[in-house]
Design a protein around this ligand. Structure first.
Ligand SMILES: *[C@@H]1O[C@H](CO)[C@@H](O)[C@H](O)[C@H]1NC(C)=O
Ligand SMILES: *[C@@H]1O[C@H](CO)[C@@H](O)[C@H](O)[C@H]1NC(C)=O
Ligand SMILES: *[C@@H]1O[C@H](CO)[C@@H](O)[C@H](O)[C@H]1NC(C)=O
Ligand SMILES: *[C@@H]1O[C@H](CO)[C@@H](O)[C@H](O)[C@H]1NC(C)=O
Ligand SMILES: *[C@@H]1O[C@H](CO)[C@@H](O)[C@H](O)[C@H]1NC(C)=O
Ligand SMILES: *[C@@H]1O[C@H](CO)[C@@H](O)[C@H](O)[C@H]1NC(C)=O
Ligand SMILES: *[C@@H]1O[C@H](CO)[C@@H](O)[C@H](O)[C@H]1NC(C)=O
Ligand SMILES: *[C@@H]1O[C@H](CO)[C@@H](O)[C@H](O)[C@H]1NC(C)=O
Ligand SMILES: *[C@@H]1O[C@H](CO)[C@@H](O)[C@H](O)[C@H]1NC(C)=O
Ligand SMILES: *[C@@H]1O[C@H](CO)[C@@H](O)[C@H](O)[C@H]1NC(C)=O
Ligand SMILES: *[C@@H]1O[C@H](CO)[C@@H](O)[C@H](O)[C@H]1NC(C)=O
Ligand SMILES: *[C@@H]1O[C@H](CO)[C@@H](O)[C@H](O)[C@H]1NC(C)=O
Ligand SMILES: [Cu+2]
Length: 577
């Protein structure tokens, strides 16, 4: 047995060191454990007490805080009569589709008395996302922020904020929301609109009986605050603003963007946006209204109310009296409820950072192309019923005229065990059944067809989807959300998509990378993604009413050849139907 020369020893040690660094970097994350007890809680809003479904009795629900690379384990125990599932909205769920959560897509519901552990690792993402129930309309009260910090010692690509504040918008009904949607599905008419919007669960002073339920943002002068905006409302895109302050948008859907300044943010249900708020150098002798209200383009009536909070500066200690005197309140201006020009200008400003550290990996090669019409339609009323849709019909919604029918068992289980028969078919159309002027006069027959149809994508396919709004019943902006992937928004426009002219204008350099995009009212949007995540992935309108009417479909991405390109088997506690 000989001794290693100093030179050889150095070589061995550095090799070990490099290897250890590599292992540490790959497994740098820690495991974060959460326990979510689903239970009822009495909550009073707008002078009315209501029993709502909550996590741990909290409304809004608890925050999940993790770092990029961490594993999150959430043990969900269902103590209520409703079936429940939770979705980790925007988390990519690389090869962990069993933890994604949409009911009857990736899992059967967690039934009364049952438990399920959601187990996922946050890979390559940092920013703000949120969790919410993904069954019926339970997400009206079951939602909360997901804060993903960068890896330890990795700074933000913008000034380190003094403080970070999640701001989650919600929508509140005085009535029980399960009754609201059940009634609408019975009658075929539109569901009753909400009674209020909320900021962190609080409607604010512009509603009757609500001044005490007001979100207050207390700040110091001359500091930078990171506001993590989340739209968890069910059916409304929202304009958001703070009187007399400019915001800098730095991140959207947990992807950094090229910073830009704006006084108003547009945020659709399902979207998240991080903004920097730089407070004034000297504490002003006034307070400022924080406000959000809908951007609405559809034909249906909507909740046209405004939720508000108050931005307060901490007054210098030399003026102790100011506490007692009521400071004046400055009010902001928001765009008109149907200001599509503002919406277009705003969404065009959102661009990927697209630098060395945070590249925009836009698929250059398109292997599979789809043209999807998205919009409303009608379905027939049963013979012995009267329906409240137009001309005694039922309101419906579809993609390529297919209104999705929820199966009785989860698609992912059926796919994994090769038992699709009687559950789903793989003939979801790549194009609409017939061409018409999508944004002009609707065709005579606007009845939708229905079925549980999916598209099968080969592993690693480059996918392009053109989503075209229709003016059937009324043009409307639809926030489409894709599970399991981020996509790049390579183009958008008004009227009908022109396959000859429009692709030349696509942005393949720094397009926004998101998980939810508003298909413009009376227009189209083109997205691209790489199908690198095996599993079954839901895509749907994040206006909950449209999802209820069938504006949803699923993609199946096949396994790749290598072991680390395959979907692992389901966890043993996966709920059964
Ligand atoms: C809610 O209030 C009702 C009526 O007062 C009461 O019967 C019920 O026990 C309360 N529920 C909870 C979870 O506190
Ligand atoms: C979570 O998933 C990982 C990866 O599949 C697995 O190694 C781990 O054992 C799981 N943890 C629990 C508590 O199920
Ligand atoms: C919905 O509104 C209608 C008309 O105001 C009312 O009769 C009905 O009770 C409401 N439904 C629910 C579930 O509150
Ligand atoms: C608030 O209350 C007043 C007086 O009771 C009533 O006239 C008004 O319609 C209410 N406003 C809202 C938004 O409910
Ligand atoms: C707030 O904005 C208004 C209108 O732009 C302006 O007149 C006013 O001076 C501003 N006040 C403060 C305290 O910034
Ligand atoms: C703040 O406003 C109050 C009441 O309007 C006034 O009395 C006070 O002088 C003001 N202070 C400053 C520093 O402007
Ligand atoms: C919504 O409310 C605003 C005032 O806040 C009003 O100008 C507008 O006409 C309303 N829109 C609808 C569709 O009711
Ligand atoms: C917005 O609504 C107003 C009032 O309902 C209407 O006059 C106007 O034409 C609408 N604007 C657009 C762009 O649809
Ligand atoms: C309609 O008729 C069918 C078959 O006779 C019956 O099962 C169903 O309950 C009826 N529905 C209504 C709403 O009356
Ligand atoms: C309802 O019927 C009338 C008369 O046939 C027709 O003009 C109208 O377009 C129909 N409405 C819808 C939404 O189909
Ligand atoms: C489609 O309809 C719109 C609105 O009526 C019209 O402006 C446009 O010219 C039509 N497009 C085609 C290709 O017919
Ligand atoms: C809950 O889910 C199970 C399994 O899919 C189903 O059989 C049952 O009818 C559901 N219960 C309710 C109340 O929806
Ligand atoms: Cu929609």
């Amino acid at each position: 047995m000989g001794f290693l020369s100093p030179r050889a020893l150095f070589f061995v040690l550095t090799t070990l060191w490099v290897f250890a660094e590599f292992v540490l970097a790959k497994h740098a994350g820690i495991t974060r454990h959460y326990k979510f007890d689903i239970k009822l809680q009495n909550v009073t809003r707008l002078c009315q007490t209501k029993s709502i479904v909550t996590v741990n009795g909290q409304f809004p629900g608890p925050r999940i805080i993790a770092r990029e690379g961490d594993t999150v384990l959430v043990k969900v125990v269902n103590h209520v009569q409703n079936n429940v599932t939770l979705h980790w909205h925007g988390v990519r769920q690389l090869r962990s589709g069993w933890a994604d959560g949409p009911a009857y897509i990736t899992q059967c519901p967690i039934q009364t008395g049952q438990a399920y552990v959601y187990n996922f690792t946050i890979t390559g993402q940092r920013g703000t996302l949120f969790w919410h129930a993904h069954i019926s309309w339970l997400r009206a009260t079951l939602y909360g922020p997901i804060v993903i910090l960068p890896k330890r010692h990795v700074p933000y690509p913008f000034p380190q904020p003094h403080k970070e504040v999640p701001i989650i918008f919600g929508e509140w009904w005085k009535a029980d929301t399960e009754t609201v949607i059940n009634q609408a599905m019975q009658t075929g008419g539109g569901p009753n609109v909400s009674d209020a919007f909320t900021i962190n669960g609080l409607p604010g002073p512009l509603y009757n009986c609500s001044a005490k339920d007001t979100f207050r943002l207390k700040v110091k002068s001359g500091k930078t605050y990171l506001l993590r905006l989340i739209n968890a409302a069910l059916n409304d895109e929202l304009f958001f603003t703070i009187a007399n302050h400019t915001l800098t948008v730095v991140e959207a859907d947990a992807v950094y963007v090229k910073p830009f300044k704006t006084s108003i943010v547009l945020i659709t249900p399902g979207q998240t946006t991080n903004v920097l708020l730089k407070t004034k150098q000297h504490s002003p002798n006034t307070t400022f209204l924080i406000a959000a209200r809908p951007y609405a383009t559809g034909p249906a009536s909507f909740d046209n109310s405004t939720t508000a909070g108050i931005l307060e500066y901490q007054q210098p200690s030399s003026t102790p009296n100011t506490k007692k005197t009521k400071l004046p309140l400055l009010k902001p201006k928001l765009p008109f409820f149907n200001d599509t020009n503002f919406a277009t200008n705003f969404s065009n400003k959102v661009r990927s950072l697209a630098n060395k550290k945070f590249p925009a990996n836009v698929p250059r090669k398109v292997d599979k192309q789809f043209f999807f019409t998205v919009g409303l339609g009608l379905s027939q009323c049963s013979k012995n019923q009267t329906c409240q849709g137009p001309n005694n019909t039922r309101l419906a919604a579809s993609i390529n005229n297919v209104s999705f029918v929820q199966p009785n068992t989860a698609l992912l289980q059926a796919h994994f065990s090769n038992q699709s028969k009687g559950v789903y078919t793989t003939d979801f159309p790549a194009n609409p059944p017939f061409k018409f002027n999508y944004t002009g006069t609707p065709p005579n027959n606007i009845l939708v067809t229905s079925g549980t149809k999916v598209v099968v994508l080969p592993y690693k396919a480059g996918v392009e989807v053109i989503m075209q709004d229709t003016s059937i019943i009324g043009a409307e902006s639809h926030p489409l959300h894709l599970h399991g992937f981020n996509f790049f928004i390579v183009g958008q426009g008004f009227g009908n998509y022109n396959p000859k002219k429009d692709p030349a204008k696509f942005n393949l350099v720094d397009p926004a990378e998101r998980n939810t995009v508003g298909v413009p009212s009376g227009g189209w949007v083109a997205i691209r993604f790489l199908a690198d995540n095996p599993g079954v992935w839901f895509m749907h309108c994040h206006l909950e009413v449209h999802t209820s009417w069938g504006l949803k479909m699923a993609w199946i991405v096949t396994d790749g050849k290598r072991p680390n390109q395959k979907l692992p088997p389901p966890p043993s506690d996966l709920p059964k139907c």
